[in-house]
Design a protein around this ligand. Structure first.
Ligand SMILES: [Zn+2]
Length: 245
């Protein structure tokens, strides 16, 4: 086979890998935060429940203080009973005690209701906390995986770029024009300049070519381009098992 074609095939195979790695590296930051929405959601639900609980604790504390106040008032009123002179005064005093006791019981009822509510919130909060922790762990694990992928891809890319540099020197050492032609095609044709031809079909654009042209491709004596897409074509027998495609 024409050495030039062999070198270009090798170059294409390298460039395909390089493009793949560059895409992977570009997309890594996006991949790392994938699923971030569900983490944010879990975090916000959890924080909201926490502040709900804090608010209800505050409410409970206020009620407890009010209850204590009422209870003190009842006690004070009762100790004052001995100072009362007239029956009318006594009746109104009893009424006052009764009202204070009633107020106290109402506050106690409110406290009970709030305790039930607190319990329900605490239960939900525990569940939200577990969900949030799971999301946190999931995100951390995912970021670690992406970081490792990124590191590996970076190393591999560096290695391939080194290999590519050597290959460029080999190709341009033979013919600068061939490399320029390849590069122009690579840029114009979406990263694919050298393609396989199979049963007179170009694998770059999937169009068939005249049988005569395919015969030329199979001979591999010169660079043959696809009349449809302009890519450089090569022929590889199926049975040989081609490592590039
Ligand atoms: Zn083509």
């Amino acid at each position: 086979m024409l050495e030039e074609l062999n070198l270009l095939r090798e170059m294409q195979s390298l460039d395909t890998e390089i493009i793949k790695l560059k895409t992977l590296i570009e997309k890594a930051p996006l991949k790392a935060i994938e699923g971030d929405a569900s983490y944010k959601e879990a975090s916000s639900v959890y924080e909201q429940k926490k502040s709900e609980l804090a608010a209800i604790f505050k409410q409970k504390k206020e009620l407890e203080m009010a209850a204590e106040e009422k209870s003190d008032r009842v006690k004070k009123l009762r100790t004052r009973s001995s100072d009362i002179k007239t029956n009318k005064e006594y009746q109104s005093h009893l009424k006052e005690i009764e009202q204070a006791e009633k107020d106290f019981r109402l506050i106690e009822d409110d406290i009970l209701a709030i305790m039930e509510k607190t319990e329900a919130i605490e239960k939900t909060l525990a569940k939200n906390g577990v969900q949030f922790k799971q999301e946190q762990e999931r995100l951390t694990a995912k970021k670690a995986v992406v970081k490792k992928e990124l590191e590996d891809a970076g190393k591999e890319l560096e290695f391939l770029l080194g290999k590519r540099q050597k290959l460029v020197r080999t190709i341009t050492g033979k013919d600068m024009g061939t490399y320029e032609r390849y590069m122009a095609l690579l840029e114009k044709k979406n990263g694919l300049a050298v393609v396989k031809a199979e049963k007179d079909v170009c694998m770059g654009c999937n169009m068939s070519m005249p049988p005569q042209l395919f015969v030329e491709v199979t001979k591999s004596e010169k660079l043959v381009t696809c009349p449809q897409c302009g890519r450089i074509m090569y022929y590889a027998e199926e049975a040989n098992g081609d490592e590039n495609n």
